[in-house]
Design a protein around this ligand. Structure first.
Ligand code: RI2
Length: 306
């Protein structure tokens, strides 16, 4: 279970992060773990695999890409270990290939929404959102980006480095400058950790602030999300859990020790209601958020459980 535990730990500590990358890493880890169980009797194999799946899913609660990837990878109908392993390996290869191809497709579809001369605002670090921005740039459009810092972990720095290296003119702002800066923006593009059946978006804390400011300034907000970022469990009434992370991400523990009456709250995600979202760009097309149920039914299946 060593490699699996290592991957689980890297997801927990955010060494592996980003809803898409977490999903791909979990699928690969489960595949390799299943292969390592090849000499076990079938009933033991089943138990170990369930434990491993739970171990991965429990690392971070919010990005539904993680339980979706695990559920899609560990599905098998075989009743013996070698055949079950073959199915799991096939599932993982398929999931990882689709996830990689999805980014290119999302880029192509989403880039249609970016026009020559546009200023695009983005938040945090989303590979799907960046794929749209890079594709528009590759098409020769003269665009620039405003990227938020994304406190507390400042994933905005990953974004600005990536855009810089690609040659895209980029301006970094602190999160609290979003509303003031919105008047310069033509389009907001963000990623997704989860999308629920009512079309609400769960994404990095502060996303809903971009959405509010965009709506006030009459600018469109589009979401870049692979179909596996939609949450089938929200069909059963389940709410997406918002991850609370440690206070040390926000303020130095030394400082906090001197402030016994101060409590720090560090929610990592927030919810943007569907009415603030213009379109969700997936690898199978651009949909209004009201079509979330259709995407869950047609591309994930209603019985997806872990
Ligand atoms: P991609 C990230 O979460 C951000 O919230 C980002 O918008 C989302 O995952 C999707 O990222 P975190 O892992 O899958 O930084 O598009 O907490 O890369």
């Amino acid at each position: 279970m060593d490699d699996l535990n290592t991957t689980a730990e890297k997801i927990k500590t955010m060494e592996i992060r980003g809803a898409g990358r977490i999903a791909v890493a979990a699928s690969a880890a489960l595949r390799d773990y299943a292969i390592s169980l090849k000499s076990l009797p079938f009933d033991e194999f089943n138990i170990k695999l369930e434990e491993a799946a739970k171990n991965l899913v429990d690392t971070r609660p919010t990005a539904v890409s993680l339980p979706n990837a695990v559920a899609l990878t560990k599905r098998y109908s075989a009743e013996n270990v070698p055949d079950a392993i073959n199915e799991i390996v096939d599932n993982a290869e398929k999931f990882i290939k689709n996830a990689e191809e999805a980014l290119g497709k999302i880029g192509k579809i989403g880039a249609e929404r970016i026009h020559d001369g546009d200023v695009v605002m983005t938040h945090c670090n989303s590979h799907a959102a960046i794929s749209i921005i890079k594709t528009a740039f590759d098409q020769g459009k003269d665009i620039s980006v405003i990227a938020t810092e994304s406190r507390p972990r400042r994933q905005g720095f990953i974004t600005i480095r990536e855009l810089n290296d690609y040659g895209i003119p980029t301006t970094l702002i602190v999160d609290s400058a979003v509303r003031l800066t919105m008047k310069e923006v033509d389009l907001v593009v963000v990623g997704a950790d989860s999308i629920s059946v009512n079309g609400a978006l769960v994404n990095k804390i502060g996303t809903s602030q971009l959405a509010l400011a965009a709506q006030e300034a009459r600018k469109n907000l589009i979401v870049a999300a692979e179909t596996y970022k939609f949450s089938p469990r929200t069909l059963l009434g389940e709410m997406v859990e918002i991850e609370d992370r440690g206070s040390e991400e926000v303020v130095d523990s030394e400082i906090l020790r001197e402030l016994p009456n101060v409590n720090v709250k560090n929610p990592a995600f927030d919810v943007t209601p569907a009415e603030y979202i213009d379109l969700i760009i997936t690898e199978v097309g651009a949909f209004p958020p009201a079509m979330a149920f259709t995407i869950i039914r047609d591309y994930l299946g209603l019985e997806l459980e872990i």
